[in-house]
Write a protein that binds this ligand. Sequence first.
Ligand code: FES
Ligand code: FE2
Length: 453
Amino acid sequence: MPVEFERAVPERELFPEYSSEFIRDERDPNRFQVNRRVFISDDVLALERDRVFQRCWLYVGHASEVPGPGSFVTRTVAGQPIIMTRDQEGHLRVWLNACTHRGAEVCRERKGTTRRFRCFYHSWSFSTDGRLVSLPDAEAFPQGFDTEDYGLRAPARVESYRDFVFLNFDPHAMSLHDYLAGARQYLDITADQALTGMQVLPGTHEYSVRANWKLLSENSYDGYHAIPVHKTYFDAQRLKGDDSLGDVRTEFKESGAYHLGNGHTVTVKHGPWARPVARWRPSMGPESKPVVEESARRLAEHHGPDYADQISNLDFNMNIFPNLVVNNIMAVIIRKYEPIRPDLMHVTAWSLAPREEDDAATKVRNKSFLAFLGPAGLATPDDNEALESVQRAAGHQGVEMWSDVSRGFDKDIPMNYDEMHMRTYWRHWDALVTDRASVGDSLTNDQVEEVAP
Ligand code: FES
Ligand SMILES: [Fe+2]
């Protein structure tokens, strides 16, 4: 179903004036500020670990990463080692990667296929469905020792939507379906690029940024910085023949920013760049033109012209609160990031593509992905330098500094280069860390209905 962009109530009427030690949400005049202590304080990070990462749904991975029985990947989620695997029956399973004996990681490989996870410390072995299936010298354990009590432990909740797998450490959390709220439509647009399902392409981007993790939430859908910070990229594209880029400001005008509920937000636009799924541009080279046009034709045939047009041409940057970004622009990138310290985050990013995509189109996609969004591309290093610069300057001793996030506050319809989406993020974040509302209360479901596309 195509997303409808209707919106009635401006944010300044939805949210009453409010201040905490972290945010100032003011009226007459409208002003929104964030205390820069949130980027440097150990106490704030401790609150986040407890009230954000222990309560929100957190992205684990994409089901395509574990295609068949016994396939697995390991990674951390909120700092916890996790295994995502498929058991011999083919069911997707998520386990805490911690041995029930004395706690070592039972799997130390990044990915692979196995029938058993054998802990290297004392050789206890676990099946992919989590049972403890063997241990050396079992007879030495006391009477009544029962292997059934020692299966791998799972996070409290694991649920998925359109192959995006999430976990929640809180057994009482709302369902993932409800939590995602308006974000579901954008995951739909992403998943529907493929007729046979999307898959994560080989190759993972991993890097650290010496900056607070929330700075990447802000940056990932900050349209305001695109022209000053990414001038190198736009200049390079222009050299490759994309004359449309001369018009970047005009093209970006067709844009908007939307609340999606529960702190999730999206910015949409029709960007000037190439999109391998179905928008050819000269920078892709003439040989790829028929491939891209064929992809557009197939989508229109399958989904009808309106929805196919959105799948093909709607660029968006979505933040799923708290730490997942889906950038559906010149490639589709899923990016998750976690705090290590207040001034250090770890970022992991994957590229998603339709399973049926042919090699030529995937080549174009990989090139676009690497040219702009890769850690050595023409955008990400510039973004990271901006974030590290903010971080370096955030700790002026004895001087209280506030960041201004007011752009577009007076507008009824904010644009992607305004800062409404960041205010939404910060309001929700503040509600959680100050424990004044449970997840979702900072925007009620009725309000989401009114303002979400
Ligand atoms: S800690 Fe795993 S077998 Fe001992
Ligand atoms: Fe950027």
